[in-house]
Ligand binder design. Sequence first.
Ligand code: NAP
Length: 254
Amino acid sequence: MAAGKGSGTRQVLLVTGGSRGIGAAIVREAVAAGYDVCFSFRSDREAAETLAASFPTGAGRAHAVRGDVADPGFARAFFEEATGHFGEPTAVVNNAGITGRIGRFADLPVEVLRQTLEVNVIGTMLLSQMAVRRWEAIGQTGNIVNISSVASTLGAPSEYVHYAASKAAIEGFTIGLGKEVAASGIRVNTVAPGTTLTDIHAAGGDPDRPQRVAANIPLGRCADPEEIARCVLWLLSAEASYVTATVLRVGGGL
Ligand code: NAP
């Protein structure tokens, strides 16, 4: 599954929200596979810079960029920073995402609803649009992997219905865009993780959520971030060359 090393041209991967959690696991797996990785973070500079500095020479390389995916200027700035550092990106992982506050939908403030949709949906769409525009303009093939959630089909009642809806939007977007750009040699797929051991649950106000829901997962446990990251890397690889416009569910049976 090596990307950069031995394949002639180096593969340059963009990962949003790569400083922690699933995104950081994607960065680690991609660098180990030989990609040069430009990853973004929003606020935790220390986590991002510690990760970027952690890789041995001889693997791929990593570079951290600060930015909010919901910012309309972010997509262009992220591509240009990566291009200046490593060359034109060849793949994008839209990983950055938030649940917003956990609770009943009737109690949800409009600000949380808007922010969740802006980050999860608009952020994914804007970076994907930038990738497609640039790659089609220069005749380059490419690869986009989005991150949704099993919540997209389970609905997450009493937890985060708005988040589930945002992830369902990503899946519909993936199917449509994947078909639209297939003739340009651009593959677009989504990984839909189940509950994964990261800080996202604490950030939403429910740090014990993974332990609580584990008993309802057929495999009997939550995922480690690396188990999600390895599926993303497979979709990015040539081994998945006939896979596009689809959703790979990685939910331990959910
Ligand atoms: P996490 O541990 O909370 O990490 C989130 C990452 O995204 C951090 O690097 C954070 O940067 C970044 N980020 C957050 N908001 C951002 C914004 N507006 N712009 C740019 N970067 C932003 O999250 P995670 O659990 O790894 O989740 C990653 C993805 O998997 C999300 O799309 C999430 O919805 C999805 N997912 C997670 C689970 C799960 O159980 N963990 C399950 C299904 C799907 P800072 O470090 O600077 O804050």
